[in-house]
Structure formats: structure tokens, C-alpha cells
Design a protein around this ligand. Structure first.
Ligand SMILES: *Cc1c(COP(=O)(O)O)cnc(C)c1O
Length: 413
């Protein structure tokens, strides 16, 4: 950062502090990961400069030869990686990818059936605070109150009554595998399009350690910064026949110029995802999540849905007389970064999240394994169950630092 240090020491100092924070905390945010250093090089590269509108070979400005090559590479690599007939790598985010899918085949006001937010769905699936709910008529399905798994019977009966033009499946907070085949059957019965939003699990799908929605769905969207371990941005996969409509829905429908640096980073991670290192991190992410959930269960915490089949572990704190807000704050004070989360039982309207959502992607990228998961569950339990003891908290934070030093993120590279 030799230029930044000279030109704006204040920002440079914040970058340094953030790097310290990354190295010295345990990151259990399920929506984060540690991209390879190359991603940072690409994101900060000369590709920041080029303005592109349109698609390779049909741009609205001259000088696009390198940008065209990068975008073609990103598209080809994503097609090969996910087995998709059509790929769009231009969306700035998962939300804009979803918006573009909605507008590609639907008219404003059309009906969409999606998972409700307090049960694990995403804002862009028609939450009332999201513009998506103002453009389309959403209904929501929830989870079975007993098993906390998707209730496919409820999805089917809602679909038959509501007659949506599109069904959305995929969530921000749902640790179970999704039966895409069954969702496709339901969508087929009511002639609805099926969109799978695999934002959280794209890396696991890319590494083929969990099943892919691609063969069963009309549209698949995801972000590259979660388990996919890339930079920022969204991607749309689809069947060739929707290509033209998706192209225009993204540009000029929902966006102007796209970010060539982000597209180049997408191309990089789509190649990386075929390499053994990436696959090993994803495999370890899954295994670590199972170990983490089991460690909490041994301590008598209830795990939402009774376990995990992804990178997520959602812990019900009400089962131990605790709440999500307090736990998140206490944990941050000892260097363990998590987020409070609604659990299905909260949907009734308590207003207060009584869970925390944990993800094992970032810890696994650091090289941690099952024994660290057991140790980290111990530390989390020690911190939140003895939050009133400065001594206990101090003891936890020292151990957190010890683990962090043992598993550097970027420092040793
Ligand atoms: C994270 C997420 C997104 C995308 O979010 P952006 O912040 O817009 O990139 C979309 N859908 C789901 C289910 C998500 O979890």
C-alpha cells in the first residue's frame, strides 16, 4: 500500500486495523470466507478502469478486447464448473441477480412463492422492506414446526392455491439439503418457473460435496463471496433458452456498466474451484460443521433442525435461557465473530432473535479441523454462559488469540 500510506494515512490505518482484526478473531460468520490473495490482486487491478456496457462482442464503448476476453473466460469456466447452458457474470450482487431473474420472465405484479425470512429466507425473496415485495406479489412458505425442515407438502398446497408464476427455493439460514427434484415437481404441477438461490452454498455445490440445483431448476443465482471464496458479486446460471431475456434483464434492465475487476475475480475462482485445495476446504467445511453441531449438542444446546448438512450450524440459545443479541455482543468482546439469528420458533413474532448462526467456511479456509471445532464450541459456551465474569471472558479471549496465531489467515503467505 505504498501509495495509500502516503496519500491517505487515515484509510491506510483502517486497512491495517482490519487486517489485524481478521488475523486475531475467529470468524464464524456463515456469509464470509477468506478469498485467495490473488482475488485481492485482481479486485485491485487495472481492470477497475474499463467501462463496459453490453456483452462481449457487442459493447457500447471501444477498447473492450481484454474485458471481452475476461468475461468470456468467466462465462466458459462457470458453464464447465456448474454444467450450465447459460451464465451471466455481470450482476453486482446476489440481490441484483435475483431481481434480474424476476424481471427476465415475469411482469411487475406477478406472483412469486418463496421461503419466509424468519424461517431462513432472504430479503430479496419478497421481504416487505425489499423493493422485490413492491414489484411482485409474494407469498411465503415456512418450515415444519416439529422438524424445522422445509415442509414440501405445505409448499405444494400453497403453490396450488396461490398459483405463482415463480417459486424460489434457497435460504440465508437453513442448514439442510434441499430436495430440488421435489421442488421442480411442484413447480411443474402449477407451471411455475423454479429459481434456486444458492448464495450460501455455491462453494459446496461447486466442489460437488452437496447436490447441485442446476439440473432441476430454470434459474440458479449465487454470490461469489460466501462459501464460493471469491470477491464480491453475483452470478446467474440458466438454460440457454432464457439467455436473451436474462441478458437484457441484467443490462440494461437492472444495471448499467458491470465491474470488470469483479468479473475477472469470478473467472479466477471458477478455475480455482476445480482444484484439489478448494475441494478440500469445502469438504472440511462440511465435516467441521457436523463436529461443531455435535459439540454443542453434547453441551445441551439445541441445534435448529437437529443438525447440519451444510456449512451452517444454527444454535437455539433460548434452550439455555440466553438470547441472540447478548450472545453476539459477548462473543465479539472475546474475539469470536458470529451473528444473532431468528430461528423458526421466533417467527411467531417475539421480535428478538433467540439464536446465533455459525458458519465453518472461514475457519476451514484457515486450516482448522475437528479438534479446533470442539475447542471453539467450549470457548463459545464458556463465554456466553459466564458473560458476567470478567475473569472467565479474559481467559476465553486469550485462548481465542492462541488459536488465531496458530492458524494465520494471510500473515504467513
Ligand atoms: C447473501 C444472500 C444473497 C445475496 O446477497 P447480496 O448481499 O445482495 O450479495 C441472496 N440470497 C441469499 C439466500 C443470500 O443468503
Amino acid at each position: 500500500m505504498k501509495y495509500l500510506r502516503k496519500d491517505d494515512p487515515e484509510i491506510a490505518a483502517l486497512v491495517d486495523r482490519e487486517e489485524e482484526r481478521i488475523e486475531n478473531t475467529l470468524n464464524l460468520i456463515a456469509a464470509e470466507n477468506y478469498p485467495p490473495r490473488s482475488i485481492m490482486e485482481i479486485m485491485g487491478s487495472i481492470f477497475n478502469i474499463k467501462t463496459i456496457e453490453g456483452y462481449p462482442g457487442r459493447r457500447f464503448h471501444a477498447g473492450c478486447s481484454c474485458a471481452d476476453a475476461v468475461e468470456r473466460l468467466a462465462v466458459e469456466r462457470a458453464k464447465a464448473l456448474f454444467g450450465a447452458g447459460y451464465v451471466n457474470v455481470q450482476p453486482h450482487s446476489g440481490t441484483s441477480a435475483n431481481l434480474a431473474v424476476y424481471f427476465s420472465v415475469l411482469e411487475a405484479g406477478d406472483r412469486i412463492l418463496a421461503m419466509s425470512l424468519p424461517h431462513g429466507g432472504h430479503l430479496s425473496h419478497g421481504h416487505r422492506a425489499s423493493i422485490t415485495s413492491k414489484c411482485f406479489d409474494f407469498r411465503h412458505y415456512g418450515l415444519d414446526p416439529e422438524t424445522e425442515h422445509i415442509d414440501y407438502g405445505e409448499v405444494r398446497s400453497l403453490a396450488q392455491r396461490f398459483k405463482p408464476k415463480m417459486i424460489v427455493v434457497g435460504a440465508s439460514s437453513y442448514p439442510r439439503l434441499i430436495d430440488y427434484r421435489e421442488m421442480a415437481r411442484i413447480a411443474g404441477e402449477v407451471s411455475a418457473y423454479l429459481l434456486a438461490d444458492m448464495a450460501h452454498i455455491a462453494g459446496l455445490v461447486a466442489a460437488r460435496v452437496i447436490p447441485s440445483p442446476v439440473p432441476h431448476c430454470d434459474f440458479v443465482t449465487f454470490t461469489v463471496y460466501k462459501t464460493m471464496m471469491g470477491g464480491r458479486g453475483g452470478v446467474i446460471l440458466s438454460r440457454g433458452k432464457y439467455g436473451r431475456r436474462l441478458d437484457t434483464a441484467v443490462f440494461p434492465g437492472c444495471q448499467g456498466t458491470s465491474a470488470v475487476n469483479a468479473i475477472a475475480a469470478k473467472a479466477f475462482i471458477f478455475r480455482q474451484a476445480g482444484q484439489p485445495d478448494f475441494v478440500n476446504v469445502q469438504r472440511s467445511t462440511l465435516e467441521n460443521a457436523v463436529q461443531l453441531a455435535a459439540a454443542f449438542e453434547r453441551k445441551n444446546y439445541r441445534i435448529v433442525t437437529g443438525g447440519t448438512q451444510t456449512h451452517q450450524v444454527i444454535v437455539d440459545l433460548a434452550s439455555r435461557g440466553l438470547d441472540g443479541n447478548t450472545a453476539e455482543q459477548t462473543l465479539e468482546s472475546v474475539g469470536i465473530i458470529t451473528n444473532r439469528n431468528f430461528i423458526p420458533r421466533d417467527a411467531a413474532g417475539s421480535g428478538k432473535p433467540s439464536g446465533i448462526r455459525l458458519g465453518t467456511g472461514a475457519l476451514s479456509a484457515r486450516g482448522m479441523g475437528p479438534s479446533e471445532m470442539v475447542r471453539i464450541a467450549d470457548l463459545i459456551d464458556a463465554a456466553i454462559s459466564r458473560a458476567d465474569s470478567p475473569e472467565a471472558l479474559h481467559h476465553v479471549s486469550r485462548q481465542v488469540l492462541e488459536i488465531c496465531v496458530q492458524f494465520p489467515v494471510y500473515r504467513s503467505q
